[in-house]
Structures are given as structure tokens and as C-alpha cells.
Design a protein around this ligand. Structure first.
Ligand SMILES: [Zn+2]
Ligand SMILES: [Zn+2]
Length: 477
């Protein structure tokens, strides 16, 4: 008996060789991707930054302050201006150096120092993968790919008309995609799954439409065009059947916290940094300017550095620019190119540090990281899109009222709806920046906590799902 492969032994062999080669090159590139950057590449920008800082000192003191102190002709001012300029520059410069050295030499905290290696959690064969387990998805991720018929069941079982899945959803949804971790769910698979899900459930499911369809199915008269007619035209009334739809991904569960690259369970809020090649506690972002990650142990110092670097850059920029302009007004003077270079650098870094500082102050006040902010903005964008479909473009009042109603039902996105929210902006701020104004400004003290254990917002369930207000603890409602 000759089977299909037996007809073309050469082709089969040839394909086998190609497959093995493809597999080998895939493994190779995977290994390359998982390797941390070489030390010299990681620290390159640190040397550059230190060089620019040193050069700024030379130009500012040697080419601006000294001529003023010497009362040279054509200088910006006399000694009475030169000396205060020098003192202010040196104070800001010293603070910038101090905070820079502190942030460069304070590590963010690595998860591997506190966790031991373990096997991936074994999940039942029919385990339902709830969506993205990507390195940057924590709550508010893509909506769950609830099958159409499942949506009908769920939508009718909720008084507010939402399509919230039951917490034991993975046992009651037979047709949901199932994955077995022990069969190696590759990162890539999970990502593409998440992308797919995002496509399916990118917007709030129109529950009314589903209900109408369910009724029609019961009467045996389901027609595709009838389904569309089930959606009433937008009215001024609040659309009760639409509600906020937070992610149902149990982000705190072990299967969502396992790092396949490191081979251990990540503590809450830890994420893998590709540049550093390891998991970082409360990973915020990898900052090339400091040659390492910003995380649990150095987030505070990063903000301290941004604060002083911003004032240093603004001061250097404004005073040096004034000098360049004054020199330009006198036809006998040539423009000093070195001063122009520092003015340009100072302008660039002023914008950079002030924007970054504002962003980080806001994130610390609300207690989320750069990584965690992505899912919140995605959720806001999706809601915006839903409101755009529900109301006409000019119906601002209606949109505001709808959002307000959702906030009443659920709490606000990024505040009550942030899994790490500690109850007030002040407690959020102090948990990171310390409990004294001195700590907020100077690179001393440290953040609360150990970077490993984090208090979960009681408005979330133990698996990390945002609950509606009626399910919150009594005292918080
Ligand atoms: Zn890792
Ligand atoms: Zn890093």
C-alpha cells in the first residue's frame, strides 16, 4: 500500500530539510531576541548624557559667566549679574548631577532576585484563554471573544443589559478557544489570539441587537436584515442597554504572570524588559538615558532627576539664549557656535524633561505605570468609538451623560477602575514619592513597599477583574 507521502519521497525529504532549517533559524532568532543588549550598548547613552552635561558646564561657566565676572566688553552683564548666574547654574547643575548619579546607580529591582524558577502552571486541556497575556496588557485588554450565541445568554441574564461574562465563564463556554499551557502556548500565539479577539470585540456588543435576534430565533424568523432593524435610532435618552465593558482577563492569575523567558512567576506589576533581558519589578519603561529600566525601586529617583534636569535645562536655555541674542545685536561680535549648540541641547531637553515630568507626576498621582496606562487609554478610545456610534457628532451633552452613567455604575476608568488605586491621590503619590516634601524633591528616602507585594484595589475581584459598583465592598459604594 502506498500512501500520499510514499509517492514523492524526495519532496517529503526536501520539505523536511527546509522545515528543520526554518525551525533552526526561528529558534536562533528567538534566542537572539531574548538576549539582553550588551552592556556597552545599554550604557552608551549614559556616557553621552554625562558628556553633554560636562560640556554644558564648560560652555556656560567658561563662555558666559567668566566674561561677565571679568567685566569683558560685549558680555551679557557685569559682575553683579555674572556671579548670581554662576551660583544659580552651579546649584541646579549640582542637583542634576546628584540626581543623575542616583538614578543611574539605583536599580529598579529585578524579579529574579526574589522568585525561584518553576514550571509553567498546568492548565486543564479545555482551559479558556481569556485574551492577551502580553507583556504590556494588564486589565482593560481586548474584550473576550464570547461567541454570538453565548452573548445572547449572558446579555439577558444581566439586569443592566451588559454582556458581562460569569466569573466561572471558562467552564460554561464550550465553544471558546481553548489552550493548553503544557503544550507550549508560544508568546506569538497569544499575541495573535489577542489581536483576533480585539478585532471581534473591539466595541461594546450591541446587546439590543442580540436580544432581537434571540427572540427572532425563538420564533423561527431570523433574517439578517431584521437584525439590523432591532437597533433603535439614537435618542436623547440614556442608552441603558450599553454599559462599560472592562476586560474580563484574570490578570492576577498565575497563568497570566508566568514569564516564559525567565521561567518563573512574575510578581504583580512586574514585566519583562527585552533590553535588560529580565523581569523588572513594577516595570515602567526602559530608559536608554539612564542605561536601565525605571521600576519599583527607582521610579521616585527618576522623578527627582526629571525635576532638577528640567530646571537646569530651562535656566541654561533662557540665559544662554539671551546672551546669544545680545551678542548678535552687536555687529562687532561673532556668534559663538558652542553656545548655540548648548542652547539647542537645552531647548530639546527642556521639552523632553518637562513633558516626561508632567506625565510621570500624573501617573504617580493615579498610581499606574506607563505600561499600565496603555490599557486604560485603549479602553477610553473604545468607549469613545462606541459613543460615536450611539450619538451624533455634536451630541456632546448626551455623550457626557452616558459616560457619567457608566461612571456611576462602575466608577471611573483609571481611578476606581485602576487595580492599583490606593483610595486617594495623596496616598498614591506618597506610596511612591515618600511621606515628606523633602523626599519629593531630593533623591533621598524610598518608596513604600517591597516592589513585590501590592495592594489590590478592593473594587476588583481576587483574579483582577474590575467589578461594578453594586458588587464593591459596602463602605466603598
Ligand atoms: Zn521575564
Ligand atoms: Zn530595561
Amino acid at each position: 500500500m502506498v500512501d500520499g507521502h510514499g509517492d514523492h519521497p524526495n519532496e517529503s525529504k526536501c520539505c523536511g530539510v527546509v522545515e528543520r532549517a526554518v525551525e533552526r533559524s526561528r529558534e536562533k532568532s528567538e534566542r537572539r531576541k531574548n538576549k539582553p543588549q550588551p552592556w556597552i550598548v545599554l550604557k552608551l547613552a549614559v556616557g553621552m548624557t554625562a558628556g553633554i552635561l560636562g560640556y554644558a558646564f564648560y560652555v556656560y561657566i567658561g563662555r558666559l559667566c567668566v566674561p561677565m565676572i571679568r567685566d569683558n566688553d560685549g558680555a551679557l552683564g557685569g559682575r553683579n549679574i555674572g556671579i548670581p548666574f554662576l551660583i544659580i547654574f552651579c546649584l541646579l547643575g549640582i542637583m542634576t548631577w546628584w540626581t543623575y548619579i542616583k538614578i543611574v546607580f539605583t536599580g529598579p529591582g529585578k524579579a529574579r532576585d526574589y522568585t525561584s524558577k518553576c514550571d509553567p502552571p498546568i492548565l486543564p486541556a479545555n482551559y479558556r484563554w481569556w485574551g492577551s497575556a502580553s507583556e504590556i496588557d494588564l486589565g482593560g485588554g481586548p474584550f473576550i471573544p464570547v461567541p454570538q450565541d453565548q452573548q445572547q445568554v449572558q446579555s439577558t441574564s444581566y439586569p443592566h443589559g451588559g454582556t458581562e461574562p460569569s466569573s466561572d465563564g471558562h467552564t460554561t463556554i464550550p465553544s471558546a478557544p481553548s489552550f493548553n499551557m503544557s503544550e507550549h502556548v508560544s508568546e506569538k500565539n497569544k499575541h495573535s489570539q489577542a489581536e483576533e479577539n480585539a478585532g471581534v470585540m473591539d466595541t461594546l456588543p450591541p446587546v439590543q441587537r442580540v436580544r432581537v435576534r434571540a427572540e427572532q430565533l425563538n420564533n423561527g424568523s431570523a433574517q439578517p436584515k431584521d437584525i439590523e432593524q432591532g437597533i433603535p435610532a439614537p435618542s436623547n435618552q440614556l442608552p441603558m442597554r450599553y454599559t462599560r465593558k472592562p476586560s474580563s482577563t484574570p490578570v492576577l492569575n498565575p497563568e497570566y504572570r508566568y514569564c516564559h523567558k525567565d521561567g518563573f512567576l512574575k510578581p504583580y506589576r512586574a514585566h519583562h524588559c527585552r533590553a535588560c533581558g529580565t523581569c523588572i519589578l513594577k516595570y515602567d519603561h526602559h530608559c536608554p538615558w539612564i542605561g536601565q529600566c525605571v521600576g519599583a525601586r527607582n521610579h521616585k529617583f527618576f522623578v527627582n532627576f526629571l525635576f532638577w534636569a528640567m530646571w537646569f535645562c530651562l535656566w541654561t536655555f533662557s540665559t544662554l539664549l539671551a546672551n546669544v541674542i545680545k551678542m548678535n545685536q552687536n555687529p562687532r561680535n561673532d556668534i559663538d557656535p558652542q553656545q548655540v549648540v548648548i542652547v539647542a541641547f537645552a531647548a530639546l531637553f527642556s521639552i523632553f524633561t518637562s513633558t516626561l515630568l508632567a506625565t510621570h507626576i500624573r501617573m504617580i498621582l493615579y498610581n499606574f505605570t506607563t505600561v499600565e496606562s496603555f490599557s486604560m487609554s485603549r479602553m477610553k478610545e473604545r468607549e469613545q468609538a462606541v459613543l460615536g456610534r450611539l450619538f451624533k457628532i455634536y451630541q456632546f451633552g448626551e455623550k457626557r451623560r452616558a459616560r457619567k452613567q457608566w461612571d456611576t455604575e462602575w466608577g471611573r476608568i483609571g481611578i476606581e477602575g485602576n487595580i492599583w488605586y490606593l483610595g486617594s491621590l495623596r496616598s498614591n503619590w506618597e506610596s511612591v514619592m515618600g511621606h515628606s516634601v523633602l523626599y519629593w524633591i531630593f533623591p533621598i528616602g524610598e518608596s513604600d513597599g517591597d516592589g513585590i507585594n501590592w495592594t489590590v484595589n478592593p473594587r476588583f475581584d481576587k483574579e483582577g477583574r474590575w467589578r461594578p459598583r453594586r458588587e464593591w465592598p459596602e463602605e466603598l459604594r
